[in-house]
Design a protein around this ligand. Structure first.
Ligand code: HPA
Length: 268
C-alpha cells in the first residue's frame, strides 16, 4: 500500500528546491520549534494531498521545510492521531513525504505522562523502546513480506547515544525510557497506570508508535523524545487535562529547542 508521499514531495519541492536530511513530527504544545527553522517555506496541510488535519487544538497542521543549525530539515508541525478517526495509518502520507524528500532520520516528539517519580513534568525523556498497548498496527493490510518488520532496534541506538551526548554537553543529562501507547483519547485510569509500571513502561501517551512503525517500514532511522507534561493518573493529586498537557509542554520548550538544535547539528 502506498499513500500520496510522492505527490506531496513534488508540492514541497515546487515551493522550495533541495533535498532534506532530517524529518520531525511535533507533538502537542511543541509547535514553537517550527519557528526556529531558517530559510523556510510553510505549507498548510490543506495544500498537501491527503495530509490529515488534526482536530487537536494545540496542533498547527503545517509542513515547514528549511534549515535548522545549517541542516536541511522538514518539520511536520502537528500530527493526526489514531483516536481521531480510528485509523492507525493516518500518518502514512506525511511519513512517506519525509522519505520522498530524502530524509534519512525521523525525530518524533510528543507530550507524555511520566510513570517515574524522578522524571518530573517539564522534563524531556528519550524513548528507548515502546510497548504497543493499543493492539493496532499501521502495517495491517500490507501484503509484502516487508510487513514482518524487525522492531528489535526500532529506536536507533546511535541516535539515542547522540541525543544523550548533546544533552550532557548542553545541560542536565536526559532520562530515557519505554513509552507505552494507549489509544486515547481518554486518559488512563490509575489501575492502568499501575499496570503500565508493572509491565516496564516509563511513560504513557497516545501517539508516536504508529509513525515509528511506518518510518521503520520505510527505512528511516528513528529517534524520539517526549516532553513530560504530567505524572500518570493516580500519581498526582489533581485531574489530568489537555490544558495541562499544552501549558507544561510550553514550559519544557526551551530545553527541547536547545536539545533538538544540538542533535540536528550532531547527526545532520
Ligand atoms: N497519558 C496519555 N497521553 C498523555 C498524557 C498521559 O498522562 N500526558 C500527555 N499525553
Amino acid at each position: 500500500m502506498s499513500g500520496y508521499g510522492h505527490e506531496c514531495a513534488d508540492i514541497v519541492r515546487a515551493a522550495r528546491k533541495g533535498s532534506y536530511k532530517i524529518g520531525m513530527i511535533l507533538g502537542s504544545g511543541l509547535g514553537a520549534l517550527a519557528e526556529e527553522v531558517e530559510d523556510a517555506v510553510r505549507i498548510p496541510y490543506t495544500h498537501l494531498t491527503e495530509f490529515p488535519v488534526s482536530t487537536v487544538t494545540s496542533h498547527s497542521s503545517e509542513l515547514v521545510a528549511g534549515t535548522l543549525a545549517g541542516v536541511p530539515v522538514v518539520i511536520l508541525s502537528g500530527r493526526a492521531h489514531y483516536y481521531e478517526a480510528g485509523d492507525p495509518s493516518v500518518m502514512r502520507t506525511p511519513v512517506e513525504t519525509l522519505k520522498e524528500l530524502g530524509c534519512e532520520i525521523l525525530l518524533a516528539t510528543n507530550a507524555a505522562g511520566s510513570l517515574r517519580e524522578d522524571v518530573a513534568p517539564g522534563s524531556p525523556m528519550l524513548i528507548r523502546d515502546h510497548i504497543n498497548w493499543s493492539g493496532k498496527n499501521p502495517l495491517i493490510g500490507e501484503e509484502d513480506e516487508k510487513r514482518f518488520l524487525d522492531m528489535s532496534a526500532a529506536y536507533d541506538p546511535e541516535l539515542l547515544e547522540a541525543m544523550k551526548k548533546v544533552a550532557a554537553e548542553t545541560g542536565d543529562p536526559i532520562a530515557d525510557g519505554v513509552y507505552m501507547w494507549f489509544s486515547g483519547p481518554s486518559f488512563e485510569t490509575p489501575a492502568e497506570i499501575r499496570m503500565a509500571r508493572l509491565l516496564g513502561a516509563d511513560a504513557v501517551g497516545m501517539s508516536t508508535v504508529p509513525e515509528v512503525i511506518m518510518a521503520r517500514f520505510m527505512g528511516l532511522r528513528v529517534a524520539a523524545m517526549s516532553i513530560v507534561t504530567n505524572y500518570g493518573a493516580g500519581m498526582q493529586t489533581h485531574a489530568l487535562s489537555h490544558d495541562q498537557t499544552k501549558s507544561v509542554a510550553l514550559q519544557g520548550m526551551e530545553r527541547m529547542k536547545e536539545l533538538v538544535r544540538a542533535f540536528v547539528k550532531e547527526v545532520g
